[in-house]
Design a protein around this ligand. Sequence first.
Ligand code: C5P
Length: 253
Amino acid sequence: MTVRPAGQKAPVIAVDGPSGVGKGDVSQFLASSLGWCIMDSGALYRILAYKALEIGVRTDDVSRLCELAADLEVSFAIDGDALQVIYEGADIGDAIRRENVGVAASQLAVWPEVRRRVVRAQRRQRRSPGLVADGRDMGTEVFPDADLKLFLEASVEARANRRFQQLKALGFSVSLGSLLQSISRRDEQDRTRKHSPLIAAQDAIVINTTRMGREAVRSRVLEIVRDKALDRLAQNKPVARASQATHALPSPH
Ligand code: C5P
């Protein structure tokens, strides 16, 4: 492993983009390949939404939400193809993936005071040997000094279809039509909000995955990581070739 000089912050790869674009899969693939830590930044907004729904706090009750967000401590672990989201000692990954939690997360994420507290918790995830951070504003707001910024795009139809397959695999029954509507609504909310809108950082590398298969996307991101020489910071192991990766992107449509 290459050790960075004392005092230098751990490296970060920011993987941003809209809902259902495959950021999670790319992030897990990169984190496993490099042996780095991973953060699903949306999970922090989702946990907050989950807690708020559970205890009946409205998504516009900013002061109560700020209280709930003040001590948000989460950890992540890759388990096969799944990402465990450990909160208060339990894996709540499946519970926070429900569509109503996603919609509430998007509603409460519009408040700058709430975002400030969540961003603090997100920055605490930066640690050695490096962090792969998956989200909407990782490259623009949370880690503007990221070593590499990727921004993934795909058509709304392709994204709704991927989310549909993911939820089906988890045993949730949802309709494709309602997912399409919900993702479009969420896109609109995320792209047009005043604070930290979903937008590619100026120095981000944009990859449109609509017509790319999983191998192609893996190969492309690994190529970029190698170009940036970030594979030299891999933890104790060579970076996997794309075809050896254990974490798959959803199939192309
Ligand atoms: O990525 P995911 O769909 O899990 O995120 C849920 C919601 O949290 C998003 O729709 C978005 O409104 C919000 N979010 C955000 N900034 C992030 C990650 C998620 O505002 N970095």
